[in-house]
Structure formats: structure tokens, C-alpha cells
Design a protein around this ligand. Sequence first.
Ligand code: FAD
Length: 454
Amino acid sequence: MRPAVIIGGGISGLSAAYELARAGVPMVLIERNSRLGGVIQTERIHGCVVETGPDSFLAQKPWALELIRELGLGDEVIGSNDHLRVTYVLKRGRLAPLPDGLMMMVPTRIWPVVTSPLLSWRTKARMAMEWFRRPARAGSERSVAEFVAEHYGREAVDYLAEPLLAGVYGGDPSELSVASVLPRFLELERRYGSLTRGVLAARRRLKDERAGPLFQTLRDGLGRLVEALAARAQAHGEIVKAEAETIEKSETGFRVRANGQWLETAHVVLACPAWEAARLVRSLDGELAALLDSIPYTSSITVSLGYRQADVERLPGGFGFLIPKCERRWLVACTWVGTKFPYRVPDGMASIRCFLGDEDLLGASDAEIQALVEEELERILGLRAQPLFARVARWPRSMAQYTVGHRERLEAIRARLARWPGLLVAGNAYEGIGVPDCVRMGRQAARAILAERG
Ligand SMILES: Cc1cc2nc3c(=O)[nH]c(=O)nc-3n(C[C@H](O)[C@H](O)[C@H](O)COP(=O)(O)OP(=O)(O)OC[C@H]3O[C@@H](n4cnc5c(N)ncnc54)[C@H](O)[C@@H]3O)c2cc1C
């Protein structure tokens, strides 16, 4: 049996490799970096757990936690400190807390919204009126901005939806597809008309399921998940440091060229970004390549800073703050790491994780990026203290954008892939950007191979 070939050693590719290894199916995972994990990268600096990529996953989506438990890491799972959860949003130069009881941009409690300094009276009145909306016919594809504006008005787009989604997708709500990014809200609109009524009804139904924390992660960082997956995959397969260069049709199925060598296989999982998958399949299927290439990506930069606790004691606490596009210079969001999770920051220290999304900054030096971040932290928080450490990480073209028409693009990709039995895709470009969805898609691709091999 020729080994299956997996291209990309991020969480999607590693999850596929693990699933094949578990079934005893031979595989070769090709990763071009010397490090596995893709955008997942954990470091320890000055005793702090520094996540330069993702720091956690949504507890509501079960696939990451299931995998972690299977790997025997269940004891290392920690939850976010939800009792300390306050997120601030910058408005006219001041930080205003997001009202309590908000589900994304949907208000579920009256008083916190009424008293919120973040929203104008006009928006508050609009939010109250939304309760009376009647169920809509199956709405046509719209942007997230159009959808939110229809329900709660423009200010809710600018000060709620945009900053909340920028932190997750690094994208623009006027381009993102509501059907792909907020499918549950679209369903609630169809059933109830009002999102507020829909969320409250759904919450009553799901009351027991939502008992735990909002975010989960591993005590020593998500890098532990990468290590454990790699160890399991390596026990049954091979992990090769090489760059996949192209894929061609062959008598046995496909042949993949990596570092000048050809690998024959019946199954290939493309677990690299869609733009890279497009390059690899171009000579095999130009139309498939064009479809994959049409999925846009944005880039992000994280800057992790460590401080003496005494230097930051007077600053607003909570999980952190978001900067809406209309107020933004460089910073998109900041997280207080030690408040959001236990075990991340030693006593006497504090750590801030900052996100930036400007493509133009990718070429700037670490020192230049750090200087911009410190300047903004001084402007917003009045923070002038010198950090004990700074770690800048660049993630170019890493965040797939589910723009309007994403579902149709996905269907077209699936239809095209159906012509190439044995060729599969997995990754954040397709059915979910977060770690849990990537785990699910990676394992699903492997299961499709297992089903075919019988
Ligand atoms: C800064 C940041 C913060 C995030 N925060 C969160 C969070 O808190 N929670 C959450 O759930 N999600 C978060 N995400 C999203 C989530 O982490 C990613 O969507 C997910 O990890 C992507 O995994 P992947 O395996 O699909 O892709 P990647 O991690 O991009 O891995 C793809 C791999 O393919 C390799 N590769 C590419 N081309 C080739 C080639 N030709 N040959 C060989 N190898 C190749 C790359 O080197 C890379 O290792 C975040 C993302 C970023 C960038």
C-alpha cells in the first residue's frame, strides 16, 4: 500500500496524519518549515506562556477538545477566567466596556445596553425595536455589515460587529458573507425575524450545554497539542521537511514532487493554504486552481509584551480591548493574557498580546512594529513602562476570508474535486477558520481515505 501524502503540517494536516496513523495507514506528511504547527506556536519567555498564533479555541465546538482527550492531554485543559471577562471597545479615544449579555452584536439583557456608553440612544432604540421583527423569507446572500445594519443599525456594525470579527477573521464585515461567517444568526433570522428573540429562545433550549467556559486551551499552550499529534503521527508514518512543488496525475493516482523527488500515491490531502493548494494543482486542473485561488486571505501580526505587574497595575483590566476600524491606526485588538487564562503569566508579571492587521507592516522590522505598538498603548492606555520582553510574529496570508459567495465557491471546489478521486482539501479556507474546525476537516479528509481503502 503506497503511503497517503499530506501537504502541510499545521493543525489541519497533523489532524489528518493522526487519524491515518491511528488506523495504521501509512502516510507521509510534507511540511516546508522546520517547525510543525503552522500558525500554532507556543514559546516560553520570562516564565510567560507566549502564544504567537492562536491562544485558545471556542469550547462550544467540540472537535479540538475531543482530540485533546484522545491524545491523553485532558488533564492539561484549562478554561478562560470568564468571571473576569470584560472586553472594552475604543470609542472617541476612550475605552467603553461591551455591554453584559451581548452575544456577538445581539443584546440579550436590557439594562446593560441601556446604560452602555458605547452605543448612542438611536442604536439603543433600534435594538429595542428589533425585538418586533417578523420572520424573514430565506434571505439572499448578504455581507455581515448589511445583515447587522438591517437589524441594529450602522453603529452596531462599526462598534460591535467590525471589531469583534476583525479579532477573529482579520476581515472586513462589508465583504464577509453572513451565510458563512454567522450561519446561526441567519437561521435565527429565518425562524424568528428578531435575532434578540431568537438568541434568547435558543439559549433557553441550550441552557445546560453552555455551563463551561467560553474558551479552552492547554495549560502550557497549544504547542502541546502539536507535539502530541506529531508524536502519534510519527509512530506510524513519516514527517518530511520539504516543500511540495507540484502534483501530477500518474498511473497509480498522483505523483507529488517535493524537493525535487517524486512520491507516488493514491491519496493526497492538501492541508496548506488554498492559494498554495492552487499553485500545486495548477498543471493538474487549471479550473480547480482558479477556484482555490479565488479565496482571499488577510495577514496578521501579533506582538506579545511582558511587563512588571507593578508597572501596569492602574490600567483597565478585563480580557482586553478592541479597536474598531473607524478608530484604528495600527492596533486591532489587545488581550490581557494573565486575566484571560490562569497559568500563563507568573506572579509579579503581566503580559499583553496585541494584534495588527495591516499588510504594509509585514515588511517593517521587529523594532519598528514594537515602537508602533508601544506608541498606541501609550495613546490608549497611558502605558509608558518599558516592556521586559517583546516578541513579534508575522503571519502573512494566513487568515482565509469567507467573503460573499463563499458557499458557492466551496460547492464549485467540491464539484471540481469530485473529478479527482483521492485528492482532498482541509484547512481554514473552507468550512471554519478556528482550530476546532481545522481539526474536524483534517480528520474528515483522513476518514474519506480510510473509507476508500476499505
Ligand atoms: C494570529 C492568529 C491567531 C489566531 N487565533 C485563533 C484562536 O485563538 N482560536 C482559534 O480557534 N483559531 C485562531 N486562529 C485561526 C487558526 O489558528 C488557524 O485557522 C488554523 O490554525 C490554521 O491551521 P491550518 O493547518 O489549516 O493552516 P496553517 O496553520 O497555515 O498550516 C499550513 C501549513 O502548510 C505548510 N505549507 C504550505 N505550503 C506548503 C508546501 N508547498 N509544502 C509543504 N508545506 C507547506 C505551511 O508551512 C504550514 O505549516 C488564529 C490564526 C492566527 C494567524
